[in-house]
Design a protein around this ligand. Structure first.
Ligand SMILES: *Cc1c(COP(=O)(O)O)cnc(C)c1O
Length: 385
């Protein structure tokens, strides 16, 4: 069936109550019929729920929906996007393995690469988002994972997934794509050769700023390793959050359509504004990777990066004048959110390091919400003026 139908109609078995809406299974464990049932369940001779750290009907339903949306064989749901990222690396890598990654990745993922994975003798080499032709030169005999996000956070750069898929195949690497900004509705990396796809469900999948969650889906043999690691180390998504997220998926298509429709209008407005140096939005012709974005994404997403004239001070002033949009660290919410990375999330980096990942002092990131677009534009306009 089609995307919207799967998102709405995928359901774990009904109980004897024949409920219409999918119920919430708040239970830590499940009971066994007898000693033989218990033995066979632990031996994995039958597929059934044992303990909610392993599986739970709500998390299974959420995972099944994401698998259908991404064209994946299997998956596992996590408490946060970062536990999905970490557990994926921890389950698949051994001491001495090597990662090749895009330089611009989510801040905490970057911290994993630079601060924590080296503790287990796992090193990472980086390529710039506009230099994918240099990826092959970074591959070593011990390289195991090729990692990227597209669009990137906060620069909204686009990486050519088909190109990365070909390199991964040629060198037998596991291609892992963080598909958070695109959502499964706009882009399916497995189609281009990704072996695993990660989502922070906290963002557009929840879409209403309520719960944290994450998920990794993809090749069944890799997910099996990730499942075994996670079942024993405990990063599982809570049944309640899984229930919220599964409900959210029922409206993902309509929400993301509207987010994108609003975002295009805001991006076009910003492009004409005299106080703005440049605007980066995947579906604007001025975006450096516009053609690639058009090829691999259905719509341009809801995040816009732009530069206010006047550097870091102008960026801070702009934020202080914003009235409607929220100053918040989240994105992909019904509420529009504005951040200024140079003075906040990336303030600990030197200016040189910030420029390396495309964060100029005047860079502002807007996550366009579902308010009336004229109200969003008016707010940004008065703050710029
Ligand atoms: C937010 C985010 C994450 C981390 O997700 P959490 O749910 O906050 O742990 C990972 N990748 C990207 C691209 C994100 O935006």
């Amino acid at each position: 069936m089609n995307f919207e139908t799967e998102a709405i109609r995928t359901q774990v078995e009904r109980t004897d109550f024949l409920e219409h809406s999918n119920p919430l299974y708040l239970t830590s464990s499940f009971v066994f019929e007898d000693a033989e049932d218990m033995r066979a369940s632990f031996a994995e001779e039958k597929q059934r729920n044992i303990y909610s750290r392993f599986t739970n009907p709500n998390t299974s339903e959420f995972v099944e929906k994401i698998c259908k949306m991404e064209g994946a064989e299997a998956g596992y749901a996590f408490a946060t996007g970062m536990s999905a990222v970490f557990s994926t690396f921890a389950a698949l890598l051994n001491s001495g393995d090597h990662i090749v990654s895009a330089r611009s990745v989510f801040g905490s993922t970057h911290t994993l690469f630079t601060k924590f994975l080296p503790k287990w003798n796992i090193e990472t080499s980086y390529f710039k988002v506009n230099e994918v032709e240099k990826v092959e030169a970074l591959i070593q005999p011990n390289t195991k994972i090729l990692y990227a996000e597209s669009p990137t956070n906060p620069g909204v750069d686009i990486l050519d997934l088909e190109h990365l898929g070909k390199i991964a195949k040629k060198y037998n690497l596991i291609l892992v794509i963080d598909n958070c900004f695109a959502t499964p509705y706009l882009q399916n990396p497995i189609q281009y050769g990704a072996d695993l796809v990660i989502h922070s469900a906290t963002k557009l999948i929840d879409g209403q700023g309520r719960v944290l969650g994450g998920v990794t889906v993809g090749r069944a043999d890799l997910i099996r390793e990730i499942y075994l690691f996670s079942r024993n180390t405990g990063p599982a998504l809570s049944p309640f959050n899984a229930w919220v997220l599964s409900k959210s998926l029922e409206t993902l298509a309509v929400r993301v359509e509207k987010h994108c429709e609003n975002a295009v209008k805001v991006a076009e407005f910003l492009e004409e504004h005299p106080q703005v140096n440049w605007v980066k939005y995947p579906f604007l012709k001025s975006h450096p990777q516009y053609e690639v974005a058009k090829k691999q994404m259905k719509l341009g997403g809801n995040v816009i990066a732009f530069e206010v004239k006047g550097g870091i001070e102008a960026g801070r002033k702009f934020l202080n004048r914003i009235k409607l949009c929220s100053l918040s660290a989240n994105l992909g919410d019904t509420r529009s959110i504005i951040t200024h990375p140079a003075s906040t999330t990336h303030s600990k980096l030197s200016e040189g390091d910030r420029l390396e990942v495309g964060i100029t002092d005047g860079l502002v990131r807007v996550s366009v919400g579902l308010e009336n677009v004229q109200d969003i534009i008016s707010d940004i306009d008065q703050a710029l003026n």
